[in-house]
Structures are given as C-alpha cells and as structure tokens.
Design a protein around this ligand. Structure first.
Ligand SMILES: Cc1cc2nc3c(=O)[nH]c(=O)nc-3n(C[C@H](O)[C@H](O)[C@H](O)COP(=O)(O)O)c2cc1C
Length: 190
C-alpha cells in the first residue's frame, strides 16, 4: 500500500467483525510498531496483544472508564445520542477480537518522559498504519486512561505508564471521515 494512501485513508474504527485476524498479520503489525523511531533509540516501550479470555477481561476493565468520561462529554456538548454511542464502544471496544496495549517506561525526569511518550506515539501510529495496510481497523484510545492503574495491574506492568490501547480487527462498518481543520502552516524563508 502506498504510504500516502495509508496516511490519508486510515480511519478510527469502532465496529468490528468477530473474525480473528491471522497471527502473522498481527506479528507484522507489531513489528512495524517496534521499528518506530525512539529518543536515543531507547525503545522504552512494550506492547501487549490480548485475545480470548485475556481480551475479554481487559475490555471489561476498560469499560470502567466510561463513567469518568461521560460528564466530560456532556460538558463538551456531546449530545445524548453521541454519549450513548461512546458508551457502547467503551463497553466492548466494538467487538474487536484483539486489543493491543502500548506501555512505556517511566523516565527519571519530565524531558526524558516526554521523549518516551513521543516515541510511544510514533509506535502507535506505525501500528495503526501497518494494520490499515493489512486490511485491519484500529482506534487509538486514551479514554481508558481513567482506569490506567487497574489496566496496568492486569497487564502485570504496574510500574509502567499506559500510553494508549487500540482494538484491532476487521471493520464491520465504514467510519465517517472526520474533517481536518485548516490550521495555519507557516512557511518561513521560502
Ligand atoms: C491520542 C488519541 C487519543 C484518542 N482517544 C480516543 C478514545 O479514547 N476513544 C475514541 O473513540 N477515539 C479516540 N481517538 C480517535 C480520534 O477520535 C480520531 O483519531 C479522530 O476523531 C480523527 O478520526 P480518524 O482517526 O478516523 O481520522 C484518539 C486519537 C488519538 C490520536
């Protein structure tokens, strides 16, 4: 798949088919994630891939974040119907058969921590684009961080930081294309 095609057409998927993607495809996605750049090439990250019972238990914990999220959505003016949709998604992550969780190591100072966060974000984006190239849907999610510690305990990584998770699987519904804002891009010295 052409890289620009992947970057422009990747979408966040919130409805999935129950079909399990091939293990080899998931491994290629993980490998693409691990080839992301990282500050001082520290690769201060870990990926956990969850399926079956582990996935179900993890998703049940993820759904506990919605009560924290709901008042914020209300405050942000998200209408009742939208809030219900988000609730449904958080309940079962759209039925995705696999979930990937990205954790990062805690650095001793904020600047190094920022490098770890940005490195983890690069890994996430690689995962998303590689999954798209494999014909799989994903949805980068930080909304579950309200229950971060519980999720980390479940993953057996209580001293790390949970960066984000993504469901991954075959999409069951073509998502809308959220428009991009016309943010200023400054070209200096041209
Ligand atoms: C850091 C980050 C956190 C996100 N967290 C969530 C989330 O918790 N739940 C969710 O449904 N989508 C989440 N998203 C997906 C965004 O809503 C989505 O990327 C945005 O609306 C643009 O849509 P697109 O990805 O289809 O282009 C997140 C995306 C990013 C980059």
């Amino acid at each position: 798949m052409d890289l620009y095609e992947a970057m422009l057409n990747r979408r966040s998927h919130r409805f999935y088919k129950p079909d399990m993607p091939p293990r080899e495809a998931l491994e290629r996605v993980v490998n693409a994630g691990l080839w992301a750049p990282s500050g001082t090439n520290a690769q201060a990250w870990e990926i956990t891939v969850l399926a079956g019972k582990a996935r179900d238990e993890f998703v049940a914990l993820c759904s506990k974040s919605f009560p924290y999220l709901e008042p914020l959505l209300e405050k942000a003016g998200v209408p009742e119907k939208g809030r219900q949709m988000v609730k449904g998604f958080f309940k079962d992550l759209g039925g995705a058969p696999v979930v990937m969780a990205v954790t990062i190591y805690k650095a001793p100072d904020p600047e190094m921590q920022m490098a770890n966060i940005q490195s983890g974000a690069a890994l996430m984006q690689n995962l998303l684009l590689a999954a798209h190239a494999e014909g799989l849907g994903t949805c980068w999610m930080t909304g579950v961080l309200y229950v971060e510690q519980e999720l980390l305990e479940f993953l057996g990584k209580p001293h790390q930081q949970l960066l984000a998770i993504t469901p991954i699987g075959y999409s069951a519904k073509e998502p809308p294309v959220p428009p991009r804002k016309d943010r200023e891009v400054k070209w200096l010295g041209f």
